[in-house]
Design a protein around this ligand. Structure first.
Ligand code: GLU
Length: 292
């Protein structure tokens, strides 16, 4: 067990209250950190300010506290960190270029859809903006065949070995969006490095983003954390539970019921107890037995 320097984190996007899916991610990252006697940090990923809901960050933090998940140190807030993302982007130098393509133009090139649902970029603006085009977004070049990091391999603690070929799976990807906001992929990499995060535990919806993040870490000279991508909590029809598709806010009047449900989802057997602190003591032991 690598205890002393373990640093984990929970990094919700404050676009609504904590729901059953984000509770599972919070719980697993918390348990893994505590089972390693490590630190557990909280970061509000409000970099996409268009999706941020007023008051949601405070609401999530209050729910975590009420459920007995106490984070270490100050909460990092992405919307206050623009200059850090700017600096990292500048550090990438020539690898970054301005792109003037609209979403429709990219979709029309029909290269396919990347894991996160965005159309794969065909590289149209790689060697300069075509005449008459205005810069919309900033993109980073992915390696060409035969170049280093062409293919990213990593071992996920839950999902096993993963391999992604960046050029065919995603293409040159966005670091700063057309609306001026920094992209999640850049912000998460800069912040994980800044906060010294060594272990990432999060939902499997981000498995397909991890190769891009490892690529950026390599370019920026940051260490690569270990990854664990949890199975997703889904609706009965198999669709991922999210704030966008109407996940219910949690009933915090019943904290132990919520905690036991999330633990069961994670395959942990935690005996009935009469308080939140007692629940966590047993849950940390159960996590350690099952996953370390
Ligand atoms: N902010 C992301 C989300 O709420 C999670 C990012 C991460 O854990 O890397 O889906």
């Amino acid at each position: 067990m690598q205890s002393a320097h373990y640093t984990g984190r929970f990094a919700p996007s404050p676009s609504g209250p904590l729901h059953a899916g984000s509770l599972v991610a919070a719980m697993a990252s918390y348990l893994d950190a505590r089972a390693h006697q490590g630190r557990w940090l909280l970061r509000m990923e409000d970099v996409d300010e268009a999706r941020t809901v007023q008051g949601a960050a405070q609401d999530i933090a209050a729910s975590l506290s009420q459920l007995g998940m106490h984070w270490d140190g100050p909460v990092l807030v992405q919307s206050r960190r623009q200059q850090h993302y700017q600096r990292a982007c500048a550090q990438l130098g020539e690898r970054v270029y301005a792109c003037g393509c609209t979403r429709k133009e990219i979709a029309d090139s029909r290269l396919g859809i990347a894991a996160d649902g965005a159309a794969i970029y065909p590289g149209t603006c790689r060697s300069g903006l075509a005449a008459g085009k205005r810069a919309h977004a900033l993109r980073v070049r992915v390696p060409e065949p035969g170049q280093a990091l062409e293919q990213i391999d990593f071992e996920d603690r839950w999902q096993g070995w993963q391999r992604q070929h960046l050029a065919s799976a995603v293409g040159d990807f966005v670091l700063r969006r057309a609306d001026g906001f920094w992209a999640y992929q850049l912000a998460v990499v800069v912040d994980d490095a800044e906060q010294g995060v060594t272990h990432i535990v999060r939902g499997a919806d981000l498995l397909g983003s991890t190769a891009r993040q490892i690529y950026l870490q390599s370019l920026l000279g940051y260490p690569t954390p270990t990854y664990l991508h949890l199975p997703l909590v889904t609706h009965a029809d198999g669709e991922k539970l999210s704030k966008q598709n109407g996940a219910q806010a949690l009933d915090l009047n019943q904290p132990l019921t919520l905690l036991h449900e999330a633990a069961r989802f994670l395959g942990l057997e935690v005996a009935r107890v009469d308080g939140v602190a007692a629940f966590w003591e047993l849950a940390v032991l159960a996590w350690r037995r099952r996953y370390l």
